[in-house]
Unconditional design. Structure first.
Length: 479
C-alpha cells in the first residue's frame, strides 16, 4: 500500500511538472556578447558555479563569483567527502590532486582547455560565521584557482560576520542567522560587489521600478528530470528585450532555495536585477526541483557520475540555456514600427496592431521580453492568446527584414484583459487544506479543482497556489 501511494504521488507530481512546463514561456533569444558571460552561485550553487566556470571555461571565461563554495570536483563523487571535507573541512581537501584532475580532464576533452581561465576575474566570498561551508573550504578554493587564474584577477572577501547565506544591504534575515530563505541583510551589497569585479565599473544600480521583465521559462527543452524543475526564471532589462547588445550572468541558488522552497526570493531579492537593469545585464536563474537532494545542485554525484564534466546532465542543461539566450540576431537597419496599439480585449486575448514599415518582410510581436507569435506575422495585426484574465500586459513589435534580422523594438503598448485577475496564496500544504484550497489523500496534498500533487501534507512544505476560477487552483505564480 505504501509503495502504491508513493508511486501515485510521484506520478501526480511528475504530471504537475509537465503541466507547469507546458504553461511556461520559451527562453528568449537575445543579442548577447559571448565574451561577457559570467556565473555565480551560493553554496551548492557556488560549487555548481565553479563546475560551470571550469568545465565550460570557453563560455564563462569572463569569470565567476563563488559564495560559500569549494574547489572543482572537491567531493570526487563521494557524499562523505561532500559533507565532510568539502563543507566542514574535517579533513584536508587534496587541492593539488584536484588541480591535476582538472588538467587531465581538460587534456581528455571532458572539460574545456584550462588556458581559458587565465583571463577570468573571480570574486570569492565567505562569511566568518558560516557553519555550513566553513571559511577554510573557501581558502582551499582560492588556492585551487591560483593554479589557473592570476592572483591580481581575484577579489576575496572574508571579513564579514555572516552566516551561511547570500548577503544584501537591505533584505533578509539578521546577518548571523542561518535559516530560510538563506538571504541575510548584512549592510553589504554582495551582488553589486561581485558584478563589479567581473565586469568592471558599473552604472549606479536602479533602486526604483525596474525597466525589464521577469519571465518564467520552460526548462524541459534542455533537460528532463535529473533533479531539475520544469521551469526557471530570467530577468531581461528593457534595452536587452529591445535588441541592444547585452551581457549575460547566470545566478545559481543554493540548497533549499529554489522557487518551490522559498518562492521567488532568490530571484527578486538578492540584488542582481537592480545592477543588471542599469548595466544591460540579462540574469538567468535556472532552477532545481524538490526531487533533487535537498533541492541542491549536483556537485557530489547524486544524479550522475559525470556531474562535474561537460556531459553532466545539469551542466549540459545550463550550458544549453546559455546558448539559447545568446542566439538572438542583431537588429537590422529597418526602423522600429510605430503606431502600436491594443484593442479587442477578452479574458484571454488581445489584438495588437501597428503601422507598416517600408521594406519589412514581416513582424514579430513580443509580450514582455518573450516573442508571442510563432511564424513571422505577414500583416500589421496580431491576436495574442493564452493570457490571464484581469491582467495588464505590455507588447512591443519588431520589423523583420529579408534576412530574418529584426529592427529595434517599437514603443511599448499596454492593455488589460477582461475578467478578474488570478489570486495567489503561498503557505504550507497543511494551511492550504484547512483553508479549503486543497485536500489531502494518502499523506499528500492536492490542489482543489486541478487535483495537482503539491507534495507532502504537512506544515513544512510550502506551495504557491493560483486560483483561476471558483474553487479551482493550480500550482504556480501570478503574473
Amino acid at each position: 500500500m505504501q509503495y502504491r501511494q508513493w508511486r501515485a504521488g510521484f506520478v501526480a507530481a511528475f504530471a504537475g511538472l509537465v503541466l507547469a512546463a507546458a504553461q511556461a514561456a520559451p527562453l528568449p533569444q537575445l543579442v548577447i556578447d559571448p565574451a561577457e558571460t559570467t556565473v555565480s552561485g551560493l553554496s551548492s550553487g557556488g560549487y555548481m558555479a565553479v563546475q560551470l566556470h571550469v568545465a565550460f571555461s570557453a563560455t564563462f571565461r569572463k569569470g565567476a563569483g563563488v559564495v560559500a563554495g569549494g574547489p572543482f570536483y572537491c567531493a570526487e563523487g563521494s557524499v562523505v567527502n561532500a559533507t565532510g571535507r568539502c563543507m566542514k573541512h574535517d579533513s584536508a581537501i587534496p587541492v593539488a590532486s584536484l588541480v591535476s584532475t582538472t588538467k587531465s580532464w581538460a587534456s581528455s576533452g571532458f572539460i574545456d582547455p584550462v588556458s581559458n581561465l587565465a583571463g577570468s576575474k573571480l570574486y570569492l566570498f565567505s562569511g566568518t560565521l558560516d557553519s555550513a561551508v566553513t571559511p577554510p573550504v573557501m581558502n582551499d578554493l582560492q588556492a585551487y584557482y591560483q593554479s589557473f587564474v592570476p592572483t591580481a584577477s581575484t577579489v576575496v572577501k572574508k571579513d564579514l560576520a555572516a552566516e551561511h547565506a547570500f548577503v544584501t544591504d537591505d533584505y533578509g534575515n539578521a546577518c548571523s542567522t542561518k535559516a530560510p530563505p538563506y538571504i541575510s541583510d548584512c549592510n553589504f551589497d554582495l551582488a553589486g560587489a561581485l558584478l563589479a569585479q567581473l565586469y568592471g565599473p558599473l552604472a549606479a544600480r536602479n533602486d526604483g521600478t525596474l525597466s525589464g521583465s521577469f519571465t518564467e521559462f520552460d526548462q524541459s527543452p534542455y533537460v528532463s528530470g535529473h533533479g531539475m524543475a520544469a521551469t526557471g526564471w530570467i530577468y531581461v532589462p528593457q534595452a536587452c528585450a529591445a535588441g541592444a547588445s547585452c551581457r549575460l550572468h547566470v545566478a545559481l541558488h543554493g540548497c533549499k532555495q529554489n522557487t518551490a522552497d522559498v518562492g521567488q526570493q532568490f530571484i527578486r531579492n538578492t540584488g542582481y536585477n537592480r545592477w543588471a537593469d542599469a548595466n544591460r545585464i540579462v540574469v538567468l536563474y535556472p532552477q532545481t526541483s524538490q526531487l533533487a537532494t535537498n533541492s541542491c545542485w549536483d556537485w557530489w554525484g547524486y544524479d550522475s557520475v559525470n556531474y562535474a564534466k561537460k556531459s553532466g546532465p545539469q551542466m549540459a542543461a545550463v550550458k544549453a540555456m546559455v546558448d539559447r539566450v545568446q542566439s538572438g540576431t542583431p537588429p537590422s537597419s529597418l526602423p522600429a514600427p510605430t503606431g502600436v496599439g491594443t484593442s479587442g480585449a477578452t479574458a484571454n486575448s488581445m489584438v495588437i496592431a501597428w503601422s507598416s514599415v517600408n521594406g519589412a518582410s514581416g513582424y514579430n510581436v513580443y509580450r514582455g521580453g518573450t516573442k508571442a507569435n510563432g511564424a513571422v506575422v505577414a500583416v500589421t495585426q496580431f491576436t495574442d492568446t493564452g493570457l490571464s484574465p484581469g491582467t495588464t500586459y505590455s507588447w512591443t513589435v519588431k520589423a523583420v527584414d529579408a534576412n530574418g534580422a529584426e529592427s529595434p523594438a517599437s514603443a511599448p503598448a499596454s492593455g488589460t484583459t477582461t475578467g478578474s485577475a488570478a489570486v495567489c496564496f503561498t503557505s504550507s500544504n497543511y494551511v492550504h487544506t484547512t483553508a479549503g484550497r486543497a485536500h489531502q489523500s494518502g499523506g499528500y496534498a492536492y490542489a482543489n479543482g486541478s487535483n495537482q500533487n503539491m507534495g507532502l501534507w504537512n506544515t513544512f512544505v510550502t506551495t504557491t497556489l493560483k486560483r483561476t476560477a471558483t474553487n479551482y487552483y493550480v500550482i504556480g505564480t501570478c503574473p
